[in-house]
Design a protein around this ligand. Structure first.
Ligand code: AMP
Length: 194
């Protein structure tokens, strides 16, 4: 069983989304804080990202933001987080998000969320890490993505075992259930490889 103390959450930066999703992001932050799990995120005070951080902070949780200097204005760097790490590039952001986190979760998001989620999935596919990854399929948001992956599996491009690289949670509580039930990563602290 895995003891997760820091959870990296990938999620959308747009605020023009279903208010239920914004509520779910706040609730994810709250539930992480209640469990003493630190949130690691992209550092913006916009959209799902901002709601996530606000939810965790309001519940007394620890939140670490990692934001490239060039995005500080566009993504409205959050002024109230426990720690803000300003980095020089998108690549550094992703690397530090990886290093600082025991596990990863994707809430609803856009292209940036897909990029970040698939990078961490493909690093796992290559055996570069063994940390838990949860796709939070809230309200079925990721159903079409899962259908695409099933199609790719049927076509032989995704190997059947690769669908086991991540878990799917239909509810926020199930994210934390999935994390708790995940095996302890075989190579903790393996970030030196990056
Ligand atoms: P989006 O899901 O498109 O709203 O983006 C969510 C977050 O992903 C935002 O903070 C973006 O800055 C970030 N993002 C977008 N593209 C990349 C990338 N190539 N590498 C790292 N972060 C990214």
């Amino acid at each position: 069983m895995s003891e997760v103390s820091s959870l990296c959450v990938y999620c959308g930066s747009s605020s023009e989304v279903d208010p239920q999703h914004l509520g779910a992001a706040r609730e994810t932050g709250r539930q992480a804080a209640e469990r003493g799990i630190e949130i690691v995120f992209g550092g913006g005070h916009v959209g799902m990202m901002g709601a996530l951080a606000d939810g965790a902070l309001a519940a007394g949780g620890r939140v670490t933001g990692i934001i490239p200097e060039i995005l500080m204005a566009r993504e409205v760097a959050h002024g109230g987080v426990s720690e803000m790490i300003v980095v020089d590039s998108m690549h550094t952001r992703k690397r530090i998000m990886f290093e600082r986190s025991d596990a990863f979760c994707a809430l609803p998001g856009g292209m940036g969320t897909l990029d970040e989620t698939f990078e961490i999935l493909t690093w796992k596919q290559l055996g570069l890490h063994d940390k838990p990854i949860v796709l939070a399929n809230l309200g079925g948001y990721w159903n079409t993505l899962l259908a695409m992956l099933e199609f790719q599996t049927a076509e032989g491009y995704v190997r059947p075992g690769q669908m086991g690289l991540f878990q799917v949670a239909m509810q926020i509580e199930s994210i934390f259930g999935a994390l708790a039930a995940s095996p302890t990563p075989k190579t903790p602290g393996d970030s030196e490889r990056f």
